[in-house]
Design a protein around this ligand. Structure first.
Ligand SMILES: NC(=O)c1ccc[n+]([C@@H]2O[C@H](COP(=O)([O-])OP(=O)(O)OC[C@H]3O[C@@H](n4cnc5c(N)ncnc54)[C@H](O)[C@@H]3O)[C@@H](O)[C@H]2O)c1
Length: 318
């Protein structure tokens, strides 16, 4: 298949490009490089610099390439920024996909894979399942939910099938260490813990150690970016074989506690950490079920917590 990866110069998009190539698919990337990196796109991949809110930028690709499927990763993803600038988020994340879908439909492309988020579950607790109530609590999550619905109705009206993936935290780097998580404002636990281990920050704070969990710290969901990328390849191949449209979590099912992350990191390198009071609104357990992805795609995470931490650390060092 020839797959257009929109946002393929970003963190998850570039890892998906690597996995598509490993699975012998042809890949084209469209990216405006707002947060992506030109160097993340391998030399054998045709790169178009452009913005999905501009129809002419998308048309340039579709006129030159015979695309079989489109994957979308081209979102703004910073939750606090979305609260301060909701209209920017609606423009990029919703209007961008509307324009993209318009082109997809006009060019008769029949397969669409969308990278959504577990933020659509909102103020959830425990294990999230695909048919749970969807009630986002910030503009970022709202834009993703709006797009999930837009894709559903577009597929209903035209000859289009889709896979929507929802996930929480993603970590790690490709085994080549050519690509990885490159961000100086890390908000996720694993890169923050690694930054503390590397002395980039003073210490890691663990918020609360009196939760009703085995070691008293919160449990969250982490999936290795390579596992996630492989799920996207399985998703598009499922559509190629005629699979029906589907929305699936890409979760770890059981998650990892904050202390488990710290102890795993300590096996590799020392890290300074301290306990701090609980933060408001943090549930004890928040993870995504992967039963659907297992049933439909035969997917479940293969890489371990140690793989995530080690590869992120190695990429950081590099
Ligand atoms: N990182 C996570 O932990 C996480 C968790 C859940 C869901 N997601 C979803 O995964 C997707 C990818 O996230 P990421 O972490 O790789 O982010 P990222 O910022 O690294 O990648 C986004 C890419 O899209 C490009 N882009 C953004 N707007 C564009 C536009 N209008 N036109 C063209 N290109 C544009 C950026 O330049 C960048 O290369 C997002 O849709 C996000 O909602 C990410």
């Amino acid at each position: 298949m020839k797959v257009l990866v929109v946002g393929g110069a970003g963190y998850i998009g570039s890892h998906t490009v690597y996995e598509l190539l490993r699975a012998n698919h042809e890949v084209v990337v469209l990216d405006n490089l707002s947060t992506g990196h030109r160097s993340f796109v391998p030399s054998q991949v045709k790169f178009y610099e452009g913005d999905i809110t501009k129809k002419e930028d998308i048309e340039k690709v579709f006129k030159n390439e015979k695309i079989d499927a489109v994957m979308h990763f081209a979102a703004k993803i910073v939750v606090p920024e979305s609260v301060g600038k909701p209209l920017d988020y609606y423009y990029n994340n919703v209007e961008g996909v509307r324009v993209l879908l318009e082109c997809v439909v006009e060019h008769g492309i029949k397969r669409f894979v969308f990278s959504s988020t577990a933020a659509v579950y909102g103020d959830a607790k425990g294990v999230c399942h695909e048919d749970d109530v969807l009630a986002p609590i910030n503009p970022y999550g709202e834009t993703k939910l709006a797009v999930e619905k837009m894709i559903k109705w577009t597929a209903n009206a035209y000859d289009l099938s889709y896979v929507v993936f929802r996930y929480f935290n993603v970590a790690g780097a490709d085994k080549t260490l050519e690509i990885g998580y490159k961000n100086n404002k890390a908000t996720h636990l694993i890169p923050i813990a690694n930054e503390a281990a590397l002395g980039i920050r003073d210490q890691l704070n663990i918020y609360g150690n009196d939760y009703d969990t085995e070691d008293g710290t919160c449990i969250r969901d982490y999936v290795h970016v390579t596992d996630l990328a492989q799920a996207h390849v399985l998703g598009v191949e499922y559509l190629e074989k005629g699979g029906a449209s589907k929305t699936m979590n890409l979760g770890s099912n059981k998650g990892f506690s904050v202390l488990e992350v710290v102890k795993t990191l300590e096996k590799i390198t020392p890290v300074k950490y301290a306990y701090a009071p609980r933060r408001d609104g943090d549930p004890a357990l928040l993870v995504a079920s992967n039963d659907q992805a297992k049933k439909v795609l035969g997917w479940e995470p293969k890489l371990t917590l140690e793989d995530m931490i080690k590869s992120d650390l190695a990429y950081h060092k590099k």
